[in-house]
Design a protein around this ligand. Structure first.
Ligand SMILES: *[C@@H]1O[C@H](CO)[C@@H](O)[C@H](O)[C@H]1NC(C)=O
Ligand SMILES: *[C@@H]1O[C@H](CO)[C@@H](O)[C@H](O)[C@H]1NC(C)=O
Length: 312
């Protein structure tokens, strides 16, 4: 009972806060407006709100909540509770507790831990692993979850399965890595240290387009704005990799687009940081020729960068 009343009071507080902040925000906009009449009207509304709906203090709000509860009903309920035997009361409380437990949703961190454990368990069937990967793909969209996944040790499992025998599993793992690494230096650092870049670059040679697309997506996310990652990419002959993609007209157009976006990112980094390691990369004539040829191809629409952000 106390819990229910507490919940009701909490909701009233939230609603009241919401209402006053809405009006406050609205009022603030109008203060600067050129129409004084409208400003006055809003000020009046604001005053009314303060008197009626909004609460100036927690006390006032509590008074209101008490005033609006039906004393008859409350009395009747407490009498029912009093008529219950201690056993009955205990049972009721246990039931209520169980209900609350059931209603309690597992946290994102718990869901990720379950998914990671499933991935780590090689005796589980493939569908089980794919489902775990699907869950992680959604969860790592939030930057906080991506950081939690790092703390849970999830990335070492994901990187290990970049070596999986099933292309579908490797592809999903690369996609998750790409999403988790976007604008996330903390995750980039760990994933680079775990040696993901080399494995992802190997995946670029895959027979399946989807695997190469997701691998390139992950590579780009991993080294964007990350000097360590970029230096490693140059050491691993990233220029040759990109040149081969761009000179192969049989490859999916998404691979060409992603390659050009990555090159643009790398060039930008070079302008911002005078890093000599990159000089040889951009003086690679074969790469430059491949870039120019690719840019000249007619069906390449580089205005649309959305596909790059989502990994599609
Ligand atoms: C792996 O999965 C099997 C089958 O569900 C289960 O019996 C086993 O306990 C799991 N192993 C670990 C380490 O969780
Ligand atoms: C992937 O497999 C190769 C060869 O099968 C092995 O040398 C390498 O250590 C593996 N990498 C990971 C991260 O498991």
């Amino acid at each position: 009972m106390e819990r229910l009343i507490f919940t009701a009071v909490l909701m009233v507080v939230l609603i009241a806060n919401f209402a006053t902040s809405e009006v406050a925000a609205g009022g603030a906009v109008v203060v600067g407006s050129s129409n004084p009449k409208e400003g006055d009207k809003l000020a009046m509304v604001q005053e009314e709100e303060d008197m009626d709906g909004g609460f100036s203090s927690l006390d006032g709000m509590l008074q209101w909540a008490i005033g609006h509860s039906d004393p008859g009903v409350l009395k009747e309920r407490s009498e029912v509770a009093q008529r219950m035997s201690p056993e009955e009361l205990n049972k009721r409380q246990t039931e209520l507790k169980e209900l609350l437990e059931k209603l309690k949703m597992p946290s994102d961190a718990q869901l990720m831990l379950i998914a990671v454990n499933d991935l780590d368990n090689s005796s589980l069937p493939l569908e089980h692993h794919l489902r775990a990967l699907e869950e992680l793909l959604v969860l790592v969209e939030h930057i906080d979850n991506a950081i939690d996944l790092q703390k849970l040790g999830g990335f070492s499992v994901l990187i290990r399965i970049l070596n999986h025998s099933e292309p579908e599993i490797r592809t999903a793992a690369a996609w998750i890595l790409g999403k988790a690494n976007q604008n996330n230096p903390l995750v980039q650092k760990q994933v680079l240290e775990l040696g993901a870049l080399k494995l992802l670059m190997k995946m670029m040679k895959s027979d399946t387009t989807e695997e190469a697309v997701k691998a390139l997506f992950a590579i780009s996310a991993l080294i964007r704005n990350n000097m360590n990652g970029q230096n490693l990419f140059y050491q691993e002959a990233g220029d040759t990799m990109l040149q081969e993609v761009l000179s192969n007209s049989n490859l999916d157009i998404r691979l060409h687009k992603k390659s050009l976006f990555l090159i643009a990112d790398l060039a930008e980094s070079q302008l911002e940081n005078e890093n000599t390691a990159e000089i040889s990369f951009f003086s690679n004539r074969l790469l430059l020729k491949a870039i120019v040829d690719s840019m000249a191809s007619s069906d390449l629409d580089l205005k649309e960068k959305v596909c790059d952000v989502n990994g599609h």
